[in-house]
Ligand binder design. Structure first.
Ligand code: APR
Ligand code: PHB
Length: 389
C-alpha cells in the first residue's frame, strides 16, 4: 500500500489528524493496534478548549458536541474553607466545553466511512522503518500476514507507550520528566454532579476533583499514594473520602451511587524533544504527558494536530518543506506552556509527601492571593481555556 501520510494510532490525535488531512485532499491511512471498541472503552478526561471545539466545527463533526457538550463559564478551587470561583468567561471571554474524550473519539470514528478515512484496526507488531530518509514505511501484522505501507511522512499518534517515539535515535531525542509521588483514583457513576461546575480541592487529607460527563453522570477523583490498590477502595470508602476532601458545602450536594468504573492512574509530566525527526512527526501523548490537573492532555493533542495538519497540507499541496521542518519548534512552544500550567496547578492543589509546614503555607498564601487578585485569576483563566494556537 502507498500513501502520503501513514498515521500510527487511532486515538483522538490520530483520528483528528486523519480527518483534517482527508478534508484537504492529503492521502492518509491510520493504523491502530486495538479494536475500535477497545479504543472507546478508555475513560479519559473531557474538558475541551476552544481550539479543540473549533477543529470539530471545521470538520463539521460538532453536532453531538453542540447538543450534548456542557459549556462551562468557570471552575472552582477549594482550600478546605471556601470555593474560589475562577470566572473564565468574564476574564477571557471564552468558555470550556465538558464533553467526554470517549464521545469525541466516537464522533471522529463514526465519520470515517462517510469521509473515506481508512483506519486499519487490529494491526499487530507495528514498526516504523527508514524514518531518517524521505521514503519511510510502516509494517504490521494482520490476518496472519505482514503488510507494508509506504508513505512520504509518518505521524506517530500512538500515545505514551507506542513505537513512534522509540523510533527516534537515542542520540537525537531528549526526555524531560517528572513522576509525581501519588496517583489519581477516579470513579465514574450515574449520579448528578455535586456542582454545576468543576471543583479542584486541596484539603489536609489530600486532593479531590468533582467533575462530570453530563447532568446525570459524574466523575470524581482523589489523589492516593502509589502503593494503593483499587480493590482496597470500596465505593463507600471513596464517597466518604470525597465528602471530607471537597468540603461541607460541596459534600452536602453529593449524590452517591454505584461505580460504573473506578481505577487508579499514575501522574507524570513528560516531554520528548524533538517532535519531528526526518520524515516522522509526533503528536499527542506520543510526545508529551501532562498531569490531568489542568485538563490539557486531549487539548494538547488537538493543538499538535492543528500544527501538523497545517504543515502537511503546506507540504503536499504547495511543496512547502519549511512548514514540516518548523513543526517541532512550533508545537513545543505551546506544549511547554501547557506543561507549566499543569505542573503549577498540580503543585498548588496537592499535598506532596516531602512538603513541610513552609510548603503548606506557600499553598495557603497562593490560594489566598488568587482569591483576592483579578490578575492572578486572569492568568489561571487564560491557561485553563487554552492559550492561542
Ligand atoms: N501500533 C498501533 N497503534 C498503537 C500502538 C502500536 N504499537 N501503540 C499504541 N497505539 C494506539 C493506542 O491503542 C491508542 O488508540 O495509539 C492510540 C493512542 O491514543 P491515546 O493514547 O489516546 O493518545 P492521543 O491520541 O495522543 O490522545 C491524547 O489521550 O491518553 C489520553 O490524556 C491523554 O487525553 C489525552 C489523549
Ligand atoms: C474529568 O472530567 O475526567 C476531568 C476533568 C478535569 C480535569 C481532569 C479530569 O482536570
Amino acid at each position: 500500500m502507498k500513501t502520503d501520510v501513514a498515521i500510527i494510532g487511532a486515538g483522538p490525535a490520530g483520528l483528528l489528524l486523519g480527518h483534517l488531512l482527508r478534508a484537504e485532499g492529503v492521502a492518509c491511512v491510520v493504523v491502530e493496534r486495538q479494536t475500535g471498541d477497545y479504543v472507546l472503552s478508555r475513560i479519559r478526561a473531557g474538558v475541551l478548549e476552544r481550539t479543540t471545539v473549533s477543529l470539530m466545527e471545521r470538520l463539521g463533526l460538532d453536532a453531538r458536541l453542540k447538543s450534548e457538550g456542557l459549556p462551562h463559564g468557570g471552575f472552582n478551587l477549594a482550600d478546605g474553607e471556601r470555593l474560589i470561583r475562577i470566572d473564565v468567561e468574564a476574564l477571557t471571554g471564552q468558555t470550556v466545553t465538558v464533553y467526554g474524550q470517549t464521545e469525541l473519539t466516537r464522533d471522529l470514528m463514526d465519520a470515517c466511512d462517510e469521509r473515506g478515512l481508512e483506519v486499519i484496526y487490529d494491526a499487530g507488531e507495528v514498526a516504523l522503518h527508514d524514518i531518517a530518509g524521505d521514503a519511510p514505511y510502516v509494517t504490521f501484522v494482520r490476518d496472519g500476514g505482514e503488510q507494508r505501507i509506504d508513505a512520504r511522512i509518518i505521524v506517530g499518534c500512538d500515545g505514551f507507550h507506542g513505537p513512534s517515539r522509540q523510533a527516534v535515535p537515542a542520540s537525537v531525542g531528549q526526555v524531560f520528566e517528572r513522576v509525581y509521588p501519588f496517583g489519581w483514583l477516579g470513579i465514574l457513576a450515574d449520579v448528578p454532579p455535586c456542582n454545576h461546575e468543576l471543583i479542584y480541592a486541596n484539603h489536609e487529607r489530600g486532593f479531590s476533583l468533582a467533575s462530570m460527563r453530563s447532568a446525570t453522570r459524574s466523575r470524581y477523583y482523589i489523589d492516593v499514594p502509589l502503593t494503593e490498590k483499587i480493590e482496597d477502595w470500596s465505593d463507600d470508602r471513596i464517597w466518604d473520602e470525597l465528602a471530607v476532601r471537597l468540603g461541607p458545602e460541596a459534600a452536602a450536594q453529593i449524590t452517591r451511587g454505584p461505580a460504573i468504573e473506578k481505577s487508579i492512574a499514575p501522574l507524570r509530566s513528560f516531554v520528548f524533544e524533538p517532535m519531528r525527526y526526518g520524515s516522522l512527526l509526533l503528536c499527542g501523548d506520543s510526545a508529551h504527558i501532562v498531569p490531568p490537573t489542568g485538563a490539557k492532555g486531549l487539548n494538547l493533542a488537538a493543538s499538535d494536530v492543528h500544527y501538523a495538519a497545517e504543515a502537511l497540507v503546506a507540504f503536499f499541496r504547495h511543496g512547502d518543506a519549511d512548514a514540516v521542518a518548523g513543526y517541532s519548534a512550533r508545537a513545543l512552544a505551546r506544549v511547554w506552556k501547557s506543561e507549566r500550567f499543569s505542573w503549577s496547578l498540580t503543585k498548588l492543589m496537592h499535598r506532596f509527601p516531602d512538603d513541610g509546614p513552609f510548603e503548606r503555607r506557600m499553598q495557603v498564601a497562593e490560594l489566598d492571593y488568587i482569591a483576592n487578585s483579578e490578575a492572578a485569576q486572569r492568568s489561571i483563566a487564560e491557561n485553563y481555556v487554552g492559550l492561542p494556537v
